[in-house]
Design a protein around this ligand. Structure first.
Ligand code: ADP
Ligand code: MG
Length: 295
């Protein structure tokens, strides 16, 4: 019994050696940060990765909490292709929820596991340089109709400044970045957290991008948790978009991952952060837990 438990440490050795000094970008969905126990468990896994020499950058969203709070305040919410139309009032709530509450909850959980972490948004240190998304014709994948959409205070990323992130990572801090960015005039934009995570991963030349969400990965039938697809190429993933197998919040993930692996990050993983050890499973075993997407 004791040998079995100690052998687990031996099994981790090749992975620890392979990933030492590599960068992992881990994106946490707001759906998995609400439950204290689950968040604490994830924070422990992240801290463990960091303690064995992996540089971990954490990016988070908070779409679920933003929707709930905005609706409670009577600000109705609308998504097109998994992206939020962000009016001025929604942006105000996004600032409170992303840069305030959720960021602090994650810091608190990591602090509780002994990690040294720093809370930021993409506005800090000019990490995310964004531009307002122009009013555009969009093929609404839910309705199949072309629509003219003004996304409001939604930004597209035009540049990444790594100086601050590198400073933190090189000094053993875990940066925790919420999904806001700004332009040169200082206008703040809401940006999908998957998109930010992928862009940061490309610039940091990350080994892996890991998106932790509330489903088991990409599902062939989104209502059947057992229909997980364990491996996909980018082209196969894009075919799932065309065939409408994926919808809503899975669309920005696939778009972000496609750009990412075409620009040199070896793999992206969509895994269920609600499952205990999901992250460790992904990092320290060959099987992998969710959906892995490669070139
Ligand atoms: P997150 O907070 O992780 O970004 P999103 O709601 O934006 O969460 O995106 C994940 C959601 O995408 C899932 O909860 C699921 O409802 C939806 N989805 C749509 N199509 C699929 C699919 N084929 N497989 C898995 N999830 C899907
Ligand atoms: Mg999302």
């Amino acid at each position: 019994m004791i040998h079995e438990r100690l052998d687990l440490l031996r099994e981790a050795l090749p992975y620890i050696q392979r990933f030492k000094n590599k960068v992992f970008v881990v994106k946490l969905s707001g759906k998995i940060t609400e439950d204290q126990e689950r968040l604490g468990s994830l924070a422990e896994e992240i801290t463990l990765c960091q303690q064995v020499g992996i540089s971990v950058a954490v990016i988070h969203g908070g779409g679920k909490q933003l929707t709930e709070t905005a609706e409670r305040l009577g600000i109705s919410q609308r998504m097109v292709n998994g992206r939020r139309i962000t009016d001025a009032e929604t942006l105000e709530v996004a600032k409170m929820i992303f840069a305030g509450q959720i960021n602090m909850d994650i810091l608190s959980a990591l602090r509780g596991k002994g990690a040294e972490c720093v809370g930021l948004s993409g506005v800090d240190g000019n990490i995310i340089h964004a531009r307002r998304r122009e009013i555009q014709e969009v093929l609404n994948r839910e309705t199949g109709q072309l629509e003219t959409v003004d996304f409001g205070h939604v930004g597209d990323i035009v540049g990444i400044n790594l100086r601050l992130l590198r400073l933190l990572l090189d000094n053993g801090y875990i940066p925790v970045v919420s999904s806001l960015g700004a332009d040169e005039q200082g206008h703040i934009y809401n940006i999908n957290a998957d998109t930010i995570a992928a862009e940061i991963a490309v610039h940091l030349e990350a080994e892996k991008l890991i998106l932790l969400t509330d489903v088991n990965g990409i599902l062939r039938d989104k209502d059947d948790p057992a229909s997980r697809i364990s491996r996909l190429t980018v082209e196969e993933a894009e075919a799932l978009v065309r065939d409408r197998v994926v919808s809503s919040g899975m669309l920005p993930k696939i778009a972000a991952i496609a750009r990412l692996v075409r620009r040199g990050v070896r793999s992206a993983h969509i895994i269920n952060g609600s499952n205990r050890n999901a992250l460790l499973h992904e990092v320290f075993t060959d099987e992998g837990a969710g959906t892995m997407i490669t070139l």
